[in-house]
Design a protein around this ligand. Structure first.
Ligand code: ZN
Ligand code: ZN
Length: 257
């Protein structure tokens, strides 16, 4: 019994990590911010991973997220802890997400131009339940009934919890080296392939690398470097491009210079 639980938790954790790497590299850095480009074969691979581990429609994720960056902590922000409280964002993140994701007009406005649905979307990737069912079937085939089912359930809870934490915890607790409302939460960065370095990300959203200071670890950056070395990915900027929020030290420097 204890062994079954242990294996289910380990397998579920591994599935969540696969989903987290696909989320940060493909949905977030590639699609939402165009911080890197992927070889078409890699893009299809990531679409399959997102489909079977999350059921998320990539253009909807990109639209909700672009709106978050465009209106951070303003009334239009889909999930602002400063406005709604971090507990509400943490616990109802998926509902807040769906409110925008289900609104076709908003998805077209924020992602319609560069991410229109294609044939593969219509055939496969727009069918979330089919993808999740397939993912669960693979887990059950590989691990058997009790472990496959419970590992899948553990993954769902963990993935939703960690995604909620990026929007709630990493906009509330932790240091803000750059002048924006997001925070850097290192334990969360370890659990989410770098997403916890959220203050850095809001400071330089089109940077494919989230770790900006010595000692910061962005696990999502290493597979990007690996794909780049293989010629399967291209990184947009070698150095981070900062938006309006700059590091206080830089600001002091330019104020005095
Ligand atoms: Zn944010
Ligand atoms: Zn972002």
């Amino acid at each position: 019994m204890t062994r079954t639980v242990l294996v289910a938790v380990t397998v579920g954790f591994a599935v969540t990590q696969v989903a987290n790497f696909a989320t940060t590299i493909y949905l977030h850095r590639t699609l939402a911010h165009r911080a890197l480009t992927l070889h078409p074969s890699m893009a299809v691979g990531f679409r399959v991973l997102i489909w079977v581990t999350t059921g998320i429609r990539p253009r909807q994720w990109a639209a909700v997220h672009r709106k978050h960056h465009a209106f951070t902590d303003r009334p239009e922000d889909p999930h602002s802890p400063a406005r709604l409280g971090w507990v509400r964002v943490q616990l109802t993140n998926v509902m807040l997400y769906r409110r925008v994701a289900r609104d076709r007009e908003q998805v077209v406005r924020y992602a319609g131009r560069d991410l229109p649905p294609d044939r593969l979307d219509r055939l496969l990737f727009d069918h979330a339940l089919l993808g999740l069912g397939l993912g669960w079937a693979v887990l059950i085939l590989l691990c058997g009934w009790p472990i496959g089912v419970s590992a899948g359930l553990f993954h769902v809870v963990l993935y939703l919890g960690l995604s909620g934490s990026v929007n709630a915890v990493a906009h509330t607790f932790g240091p803000r080296p750059y002048d924006n409302s997001a925070t850097n939460v290192r334990w969360l960065a370890w659990m989410t392939a770098g997403e916890g370095l959220h203050n850095n990300h809001h400071a330089a959203p089109t940077s494919a690398r989230f770790a900006l200071a010595p000692g910061e670890i962005d696990l999502g950056w290493y597979p990007i470097r690996f794909l780049e070395a293989l010629g399967l990915a291209g990184v947009r900027h070698r150095q981070p491009h900062f938006v309006s929020s700059r590091h206080p030290a830089d600001r002091r420097h330019s104020d005095h210079g």
